[in-house]
Design a protein. Structure first.
Length: 466
């Protein structure tokens, strides 16, 4: 089906004010992870008002709207939870009321990523209005929860609870569009991540005679220094702790160095520190840190844990150190608990795959082969390839990384606005994305789809996690 591109652009522009109004409605409902109930109700009401064929809320609290009557599914995913606001003094205006100008909408969640939800809901409405839903298909529009807390857990729930497991989901869902912000590009992958914990034991004593004890904080200081070196060092032969940049070198990553260069090198940073001590007048008897580990192609969950275990300071303190991966079991806003590991696999799709080509071709037909945007956004976009990758991770860690369901990204806003104070998104992006969703899905060449579209997909752990 070749869509009427001018009709699609006109419809998206006509709906532009309503898309902006809907986004501001969502922003007005604070919706941090596990507290999304109000914004779910807002989205459900909007879908029902627009005549969606079916709107439902699953057990975890994801809101799902359906358009069309076919047996095959194309899904559009937007996470509707946000991070908190941090220090309110860093905001110039109320993050949940904000303001809009002719060009922008201000407020928490505009770019990350309720703007994507607004464009998806109205892009699917345009498909229905213009008869663009392909025969045999229905569109599944998902407002997913708890992504900021645990990327992809929402889709683990959908795959294993809403569908009858990964094979059933793969058989029914042809592909998923993620509406995470892409700075005007079509994105086909990103690095994975995992959350690592390091615990160190010590022995407390009175602070007036610290030599009688064994200070866990001092031990941890050595480990933190080594973690920093692991992130910052190069990988020359003389380096005692070879840095993570080694995965860009064919010598250390012969099978996947090109994919690693596309995604960017892995990183690690200490993100939290904890301790126990009998009092402020005592030596600390334990210390723990959290490490945020971003993984590029060629790295695995166990190689990342082993790298920490092999740091000189960790080996030095032997059995007093434990290196582990976090688990996640926070109840959702509905009270449902879906326990999973804090491991989020790396993935890249082939640029030649049918679902990626559909979005790229739709962009070229609607807007050309360069990224577009409001003038105030173009400094983030000029000179970057149209087809690229995210810096951060998304629900694609489960959709594509864990389950192999093809995924591709195009969403309003900018990565640089994510988690930042004074967050904004651009109204033009909202309209652009709604139009592209409506145009891309009819262009999807079903006959060209192949069994495995992955260029790289990281392996699972040996834990019994669905």
């Amino acid at each position: 089906m070749i869509p009427d591109y001018e009709a699609i652009k006109k419809a998206a522009e006509t709906y532009g004010p309503e898309i902006s109004r809907f986004l501001r409605d969502m922003i007005s409902h604070p919706s941090e992870s596990a507290e999304e109930g109000e914004v779910v109700a807002c989205i459900k009401a909007e879908m029902e008002k627009l005549g969606y064929d079916k709107v439902e809320v699953d057990g975890l609290g994801n809101v799902i709207g359906w358009m069309g009557e076919g047996d095959k599914i194309i899904a559009i995913d937007s996470h509707i939870d946000t991070v908190g606001i941090g220090n309110i003094n860093n905001w110039t205006d109320d993050p949940y009321k904000g303001y809009e100008t002719d060009d922008i909408i201000y407020g928490r969640g505009g770019s990350d990523q309720e703007g994507g939800m607004a464009s998806a809901v109205y892009g699917t409405k345009i498909m229905k209005d213009l008869g663009l839903i392909p025969e045999g298909y229905k569109i599944m529009v998902v407002g997913s929860v708890m992504e900021e807390d645990c990327d992809g857990m929402c889709w683990q729930y959908i795959v294993n609870k809403y569908f009858d497991g990964p094979e059933d989901a793969r058989n029914k869902i042809d592909f998923v569009i993620s509406t995470e912000p892409t700075d005007g590009g079509v994105y086909r992958g990103h690095r994975g991540r995992m959350e690592i914990r390091v615990d160190v034991k010590g022995i407390s004593c009175h602070g007036s005679a610290p030599e009688r004890g064994d200070n866990a904080i001092y031990k941890m200081a050595d480990i933190i220094s080594d973690v920093r070196a692991l992130n910052n060092n190069d990988c020359t032969e003389s380096t005692s702790i070879r840095g993570l940049a080694k995965m860009l070198d064919p010598k250390f990553n012969p099978d996947h160095y090109e994919d690693a260069r596309f995604l960017g090198r892995g990183t690690c940073t200490v993100s939290q520190i904890f301790y126990t001590s009998p009092s402020r007048c005592a030596v600390a008897d334990s210390c723990a840190i959290s490490i945020d580990r971003r993984m590029t192609a060629g790295e695995t969950w166990d190689s990342c844990l082993e790298e920490i275990r092999q740091l000189p300071s960790v080996k030095k303190y032997g059995d007093d150190v434990k290196v582990s991966m976090y688990m996640y079991d926070r109840p959702s806003w509905t009270g449902e608990v879906y326990e999973t590991e804090c491991y989020f696999p790396t993935w890249i799709n082939k640029e030649s795959s049918a679902h990626v080509k559909a979005l790229v071709e739709a962009h070229k037909a609607l807007f050309g082969d360069k990224r577009i945007g409001s003038p105030s956004a173009m400094h983030l976009r000029d000179g970057r390839p149209l087809c690229d990758k995210w810096t951060f991770s998304t629900n694609g860690v489960s959709i594509q990384g864990r389950y192999g369901i093809p995924c591709v990204g195009f969403g309003p806003g900018a990565e640089s606005q994510a988690h930042a104070p004074n967050e904004i998104t651009w109204k033009q992006d909202l309209v652009t994305c709604a139009a592209l969703y409506a145009a891309a899905i009819p262009l999807y060449p079903d006959q060209e789809k192949t069994g495995d579209v992955s260029q790289f997909r990281q392996g699972k752990t040996n834990n019994d996690i669905k």
